[in-house]
Design a protein around this ligand. Structure first.
Ligand code: ZN
Length: 151
């Protein structure tokens, strides 16, 4: 039988090995730092929002575990080209997915490729690794001067 979990695993490994949107943007008007002291993951996100409120470009740099890097790669891929007003909804959808009961099937239609991270529900210590990039992106959008922390 086709095993969805194997596919999810492959996608995470791929995004960790060759993260999308990795590196500093040449032009950006938002940025923020994020830190997950529990695991030691550090991220910096760059964001260029245009006059129409569209996320024209987004990228990240940093060092962390496979989950934190894959999650940032998937997040930037998901947000690129989307209206910044959609961020909160996507963030909430993601948070719900990684904290939902194990028997709840992720809403793949709403989550898209982010659904590959639904497995972190089984590893509570990894939830913060997966959500660090989202907290960091929220700080960047709000232009918060303080580093986002998962603790
Ligand atoms: Zn981590």
């Amino acid at each position: 039988m086709f095993d969805l979990r194997d596919l999810y695993q492959q996608v995470i490994v791929d995004h960790n090995k060759s993260p999308r949107n990795f590196g500093k943007l040449e032009f950006f008007n938002h940025e923020a730092d994020g830190y997950n002291p529990l695991c030691g993951d550090r991220l910096h996100v760059y964001l260029n929002v245009n006059d129409e409120g569209l996320i024209e470009d987004v990228s990240f740099e940093g060092e962390g575990c496979a989950i934190s890097v894959a999650s940032a790669s998937l997040m930037t891929d998901t947000l690129k080209g989307r209206p910044v007003s959609e961020f909160q909804q996507k963030f909430e959808g993601f948070q719900h997915m990684v904290t939902a009961d194990l028997d709840e099937t992720p809403d793949e239609e709403a989550l898209g490729k982010l659904a590959v991270l639904s497995g972190v529900r089984e590893f509570p210590s990894r939830i913060k690794c997966a959500s660090l990039c989202w907290h960091t992106m929220k700080s960047a959008i709000e232009n918060s001067k303080e580093a986002a922390k998962t603790e």
